[in-house]
Design a protein around this ligand. Structure first.
Ligand code: MF3
Ligand code: CO
Length: 253
C-alpha cells in the first residue's frame, strides 16, 4: 500500500480547509436546539461552506445529495438531512462535514448534546473525544498505523463502551477518502509506518451498548442494531516533524 505524502503547498490548502471547517462547525453550534430540522442545519452549513469557498466532498459522492451528514441518537453516521427530522430536547446530534479548499480536503465531525443533558450521555461523548485524542497521540513519525487503532479501542472499552467495526477512518488529501483505512480497533504494531506529510482522518464511532450496526432502508443511515446511543467525532491530522498537527481544531496547527 502506498500512502500519499503531501507536499507543503497541498498541506497548506488542507490546513485552510480544516480551519475554515472548524470555524463553521463552531458557528453552527448555537443553532443546534430543539425545533430545528437536520435539513435546516445542513442548509446553514452549506451556505457557510460556499461563502468560505469550500466545496463539500459528500455532495454528489455515490449519489449522496447533501453537504453534511447529520445523525441523531441511535444513528451512528451518514444520517441524511431531512425536513421531517426535527431535533428534540435531549438529542445526541452528530454532524460530519468534509470539504475541500483549492482541491484539498479536510474532514471533521462533532457530537453535540441538546439540553437537558443526561450526565451518562455526557460522559459517553467525552469518552469518544478522549478516544480520538488517544488515537491522535499515536500519529507520530515512525509509529505503525494500527497503533492508532489500538489506542482508540483501548480508551473506549476501558470505559465499557463499544467500538463500531463496520466503518473506519481514512487517509485524506487530494481526495476525501485515501488509503489507508484506519480501523478503530485492533492490536498495535501493524500496517504501514507513519511518515511525515501523510494526512489522516481519525473518526471513532462508539456505542453505549452493542457495537453492531445496520444500514437503514434509505441506503445511507447507519444505525445501532440494539438501539443504543452512538457518538462520532472526527479530526483531520497531518503527520508533522514535531508530532500530530490537528488541522480541524481552532487555535491549533
Ligand atoms: N464525512 C464522511 C467521512 O467521515 C464521508 C461522507 S459520507 C458521504 O468519511 F457519503 F456522505 F459522502
Ligand atoms: Co471521514
Amino acid at each position: 500500500m502506498i500512502v500519499p505524502i503531501l507536499d507543503d503547498v497541498s498541506l497548506t490548502k488542507m490546513k485552510t480547509a480544516g480551519h475554515l471547517l472548524a470555524e463553521i462547525l463552531a458557528s453552527i453550534e448555537a443553532k443546534i436546539s430543539a425545533g430545528i430540522s437536520t435539513l435546516e442545519l445542513d442548509s446553514l452549513i452549506e451556505k457557510k461552506l460556499d461563502a468560505a469557498k469550500l466545496i463539500p466532498g459528500s455532495k454528489g459522492y455515490m449519489g449522496y445529495r447533501h453537504a453534511t451528514c447529520i445523525s441523531l441518537n441511535d444513528e451512528v453516521v451518514h444520517g441524511i438531512p431531512a425536513a421531517n427530522k426535527v431535533i428534540q430536547a435531549g438529542d445526541v446530534v452528530k454532524i460530519d462535514v468534509c470539504a475541500s479548499y483549492q482541491g484539498y480536503f479536510a474532514d471533521m465531525a462533532r457530537t453535540f448534546l441538546v439540553p437537558p443533558v443526561n450526565p451518562n450521555v455526557q460522559r459517553f461523548v467525552n469518552v469518544a473525544q478522549m478516544a480520538l485524542d488517544k488515537g491522535i497521540d499515536e500519529v507520530v513519525i515512525g509509529n505503525k498505523l494500527s497503533d492508532i487503532s489500538a489506542a482508540i479501542q483501548q480508551e473506549v472499552e476501558r470505559h465499557g463502551f463499544g467500538v463500531v467495526r463496520d466503518f473506519a477512518g481514512h487517509g485524506i488529501g487530494k481526495s476525501m477518502h485515501e488509503v489507508p483505512e484506519i480501523l478503530n480497533y485492533g492490536s498495535p504494531g501493524k500496517g504501514p509506518v507513519l511518515r511525515r506529510g501523510m494526512g489522516l482522518a481519525l473518526e471513532p464511532m462508539i456505542t453505549m451498548k452493542g457495537y453492531r450496526v445496520y444500514i437503514a432502508p434509505d441506503g445511507w443511515t447507519v444505525k445501532t442494531v440494539d438501539g443504543s446511543l452512538a457518538a462520532h467525532v472526527e479530526d483531520t491530522v497531518i503527520i508533522a516533524d514535531n508530532g500530530p498537527m490537528i488541522i480541524t481544531r481552532l487555535g491549533r496547527g
